[in-house]
Design a protein around this ligand. Structure first.
Ligand code: UT7
Length: 328
């Protein structure tokens, strides 16, 4: 018996720059130490895209190419490209348009989604709805961020956390009962400086003054963000489990945004999901913003079995939050 049309992830791709920024490297830049970073965040190293000629679109294209190759799919058959990012190559045109061109996805349109660390969940739900509508057959969903382009490497509250990377998934329709089953998305916007980059938009256009005031870098109130993220990721994940009658034992994998290992642990604990069912690679890549979740899917893809219940969960600037129930 066939079920309603759903969007299934048919392949995953990734890109990580070769250059590593270790905790020992950071000790030379700011007053910090390896032990503090590891125990407070779980991070040992991050990847940095050092080539000044390369930006977010480069990583997004590499990740997308790998996803297309893995599915043995021609770029011309892709209908849409969605890129989640807070570090687009330009204010406009959208990074998705650059990716579309470089991939040779000549029949696709594309746009960016700006939802910070929840960006991939928002983009995946958008891509899934495109497929479910029956209007589009193949959608590329990419999470990519060159966080090093907006990090102040004199600010120890932020520079220890973030890294660069990209992940991509290819969506196609299925009626076999798998795919994106449900999602919950929220935001709670305000203009204060809990987690933001103020300069360069229409409110504070780039000027000597904005540069001097260091407004083109991320700033965050780590403690407040930590508290909000811990509550929101657990709440929204429990809500989607309850709504879909999923007991902890029904969850094969929690795929959490990788902001801090302590946030990941607290989310899993509240969900009742054991550590052996939690994807975490924050140790090696840090927080790559929109790329964390697809990078986890990439690293775990060989362990995933058809029909496994995955809960994706994220929280980030906005404040945005999203959980998504996916049957692999
Ligand atoms: O993806 C969403 C975006 N961001 C997040 O989700 C980040 C959420 N927040 C966090 O992950 C954590 O709040 C941080 C990792 C940013 C900070 O950890 P924390 O446990 O909240 O530390 P704290 O800010 O409360 O600082 C504790 C102490 C302070 O010293 P005192 O006042 O106790 O003497 C800080 O000055 O640690 C000090 N500190 C550091 N020490 C060494 C702060 N940053 C550092 C550092 N190295 N890098």
């Amino acid at each position: 018996m066939s079920s309603a049309l759903k969007a299934r992830i048919v392949s995953v791709g990734h890109y990580l720059p070769d250059d590593k920024l270790t905790n020992a490297d950071l000790e030379k830049l700011v007053e910090t130490n390896d032990e503090w970073i590891r125990t407070r965040t779980g991070i040992s190293e991050r990847r940095i895209l050092k080539d000044p000629e390369k930006a977010t679109s480069y990583m997004a294209v590499e990740a997308a190419k790998e996803a297309l190759q893995a599915a043995n799919v021609d770029p011309e058959s892709v209908n849409a490209v969605i890129v989640a990012t807070v570090t687009p190559d330009y204010m406009f045109p959208a990074t998705a348009c650059l990716v579309q061109k470089r991939l040779g996805a000549v029949n696709a349109f594309g746009y960016d989604i700006l939802a910070a660390c929840s960006g991939f969940v928002y983009a995946l739900s958008t891509g899934a709805m495109m497929i479910e509508s029956g209007r589009y057959k193949r959608v590329l969903v990419i999470g990519a961020d060159k966080m090093s382009s907006i990090i102040d490497y004199t600010d120890r509250a932020t520079c220890i956390i973030f890294g660069d990377g990209a992940g991509a998934v290819l969506l196609e329709g299925t009626t076999d009962g798998t795919g994106v089953m449900d999602f919950i998305q929220r935001c709670d916007g305000d203009e204060d400086e809990l987690l933001c980059m103020k300069g360069g938009g229409s409110r504070y256009p780039s000027s000597h003054a904005t540069v001097e005031a260091r407004m083109h870098y991320i700033t965050q109130d780590g403690k407040t963000v930590f508290k909000k993220a811990t509550e929101a990721m657990a709440d929204i994940s429990l809500e989607i489990m309850e709504r879909n009658q999923l007991a902890p034992g029904d969850v094969a994998w929690l795929v959490p945004h990788q902001a801090n290992q302590r946030i990941i642990d607290a989310t899993a604990r509240r969900m009742g999901v054991g550590n052996d069912k939690v994807m975490s690679n924050i140790q090696f890549y840090g927080n790559t913003t929109a790329a964390t979740i697809p990078l986890c899917l990439y690293d775990w893809k060989d362990k995933l079995q058809r029909g496994d219940n995955l809960i994706l969960s994220a929280f980030g600037g906005g404040f945005t939050a999203g959980s998504l129930y996916l049957k692999w």
